[in-house]
Write a protein that binds this ligand. Structure first.
Ligand code: ADP
Ligand code: MG
Length: 374
């Protein structure tokens, strides 16, 4: 079905320099299309749901001050353990939830308080999502063609049914599905084919921003690379801003321009892919890198054990969110890590970390992943 041989191996080649992994057609990032400014999303939950309703409410701090920008044509990867708030910010961006505080600017327009049903057609078409599980997002009783046409109708694309039908067929071409698939029902499709339909719908209205939330993690390993490559090809072609949520750091290293690392609702590190994958790192990034599975025996990896579980977003630690698991904490004097949320520091142009460690300590940080000299 897909003409290229999907190869997962290339994603996992840590010997390959980061820039070389990119295809030559890679676009330069353009102007800023999305700006998040101190975005907060708190959920209210019943504190004692199990033991009757005392009326007491607890707050889940799913997103605690997210600030970042994303540019046209760039792929920004968002990484972090389960529960750190990745899907929450995607939902607020999509208008499936509204913000508690802060701003989301889409081309200068504030959208953080406008739920999807109140958004104008252009905004809905401009911010689209590819969901983790394509099985949940397709209507089981509608043909593939009909689902895509339905999306085009929502985006008010085309002057008539003929134009929409034509565009639907072109979208099937775009995601490399045979046009005959227009008549098929979702149950007749494999997981990878369903996700291609999900991608066709997301890009149907010329989206400026596509959020892909773990887009291949529910798929068979054998088709993951082909679907990821397809997504990247379309992103390049359409100059879309792709927010790629993933916990697979080897894929992230391969496909992203920039990386944002999240921990307990905070952005703890942000930078170009080269910056984030080389020391100095945020201590959390260092631990994440140490957990990347690498088969290549010429590569040495430092083993860093992350003590304990991720704390609850209902009861986050005082001070730095990472202080309960940080192996560098003793390098910081005065109990600062327990007391104060670290400021955002700039280490290099475009490279920021949220950490109290002094510069000389950061300078001592070696690489977690060492490629043996030949
Ligand atoms: P991720 O996508 O990084 O795994 P999520 O954004 O799904 O994380 O969740 C972040 C935190 O917010 C978690 O502690 C999760 O339990 C909580 N959370 C997510 N959605 C809700 C909700 N609708 N109500 C209450 N808590 C929620
Ligand atoms: Mg999630």
């Amino acid at each position: 079905m897909c003409s290229r041989r999907p190869s997962r191996a290339k994603y996992h080649d840590w010997n390959a320099p980061i820039a070389a992994a990119k295809t030559t057609e890679k676009n330069e990032p353009g102007e800023v299309v999305l700006k998040m400014d101190n975005l907060k999303k708190y959920y209210q939950v019943a504190a004692n749901a199990l033991f009757g309703s005392s009326g007491e409410m607890k707050v889940v701090k799913a997103n605690e001050t997210l600030t970042f920008e994303a540019r046209e044509s760039e792929t920004l990867a968002i990484v972090g353990e389960s529960g750190c708030g990745k899907s929450t910010f995607a939902k607020v961006l999509m208008g499936l939830e509204t913000a508690t505080e802060g701003k989301i600017l889409l081309g200068g327009k504030e959208i953080q308080n406008t739920p999807i049903e109140s958004r104008d057609t252009r905004t809905v078409a401009d911010v689209q999502m590819v969901f983790q599980n394509p099985f949940d997002t397709l209507n089981p009783s509608m043909t593939v063609g009909r689902q895509i046409i339905r999306a085009l109708e929502i985006f008010k694309f085309g002057a008539n049914d003929n134009e929409r039908r034509q565009r639907m067929l072109e979208l099937l071409d775009l995601v490399k599905l045979p046009r005959a698939f227009a008549e098929r029902m979702p149950r007749q499709l494999s997981g990878g084919q369903k996700q291609r339909v999900g991608i066709a719908r997301a890009f149907a209205g010329g989206a400026k921003i596509v959020v892909a939330d773990e887009p291949v993690s529910a798929l068979d390993v054998s088709v993951q690379a082909a679907v990821t490559d397809l997504l990247m090809d379309i992103q390049r072609e359409e100059k879309t801003t792709l927010l790629f949520i993933s916990h697979d750091l080897s894929i992230v290293r391969y496909l992203s321009d920039r990386v944002m690392v999240m921990y307990l609702g905070h952005v703890v590190e942000m930078g170009s892919t080269d910056q984030v994958f080389a020391p100095p790192y945020h201590p959390y990034t260092e631990a994440l890198l140490s957990a990347v599975p690498i088969a290549d025996t010429s590569i040495e990896k430092e083993h860093i054990v992350l003590e304990g579980d991720i704390p609850s977003a209902m009861n986050p630690p005082s001070g730095c969110p990472f202080q309960t698991r940080c192996r560098w904490k003793s390098e910081v004097g005065g109990g600062l890590c327990d007391k104060e949320v670290p400021p955002i520091r700039t280490l290099a142009d475009g490279h920021q970390i949220k950490c109290h460690l002094a510069d000389d300590v950061l300078d001592r940080m070696g690489p977690v992943i060492k490629i043996a000299a030949e």
